[in-house]
Design a binder for this molecule. Sequence first.
Ligand code: ZN
Ligand code: ZN
Length: 266
Amino acid sequence: MPSSAFWANHWWQVVRQQAGRLRVGLLEHWQAFCPNPCRLCTQPTTQAVCAPCFAELPHVQSACWQCGLPLEHVNPAEAKPLCGECLASPPPFARLFAPFCYQPPITEMISRFKYQSALQDGRLLGTWLAHYLMAQRMAVDLIIPIPLHSTRLRQRGFNQAAELAHWVSRYLQVPWCTDVLQRVQRGIPQQGLPRRARQHSMHRAFQMARVPKVETVALLDDVVTTGATVRAAAHCLRQAGVRHIIVCAVARTPKPGMAQSLSSKP
Ligand SMILES: [Zn+2]
Ligand SMILES: [Zn+2]
């Protein structure tokens, strides 16, 4: 059973998110009536980001059909291209959807959102993700943001994945919840760790707080790097009997060395 600290964190998170969204919502409505500087190039626009800047974002062009890893060379005749890792060791989820490579300016936007509480960036990223998922015709019954450990949640004040889930849920008209999965190992910061060390650090990182009574679940995170975190979370859901699991994220990190050649205009 989840501890009282878990529930206290859960409700504190809900209150903070509602207050933040109200502020962001009022600001966005005001901006829709009068041109404001593009968030990326400062040219006047009635959108948060102007059309040329949106076109220049590092959209994923071709990716592994299952884990979403950006791929350099894909045979156009191949309907479901798979990366080497999915062929050797398929992940415990069916698909991963990510609209962007984890490259500038997406890296800076996610960093501002996570570490400087820039909720406007969170809303924008969540909206872009939602539109991408709608274009991909993603159909799920429930969205579960990847939980933070309670210590990190207290430090940051909010869970960035839950914030994104709110916006995705609003567009897709699919419920989301934070009371299914619980993070029980704080782990060490994953960025920069070798793949094997990262996967080892995620071992038994999650446990179920309750079993959802749905067929298809979407796990949602801001960035998927090696996939160790979402693999661990999906494994936990699979063990609990959830039959169909997909993953969605704002950005997917390309393999080192691929980064420069992958991003181009959509
Ligand atoms: Zn611009
Ligand atoms: Zn793959």
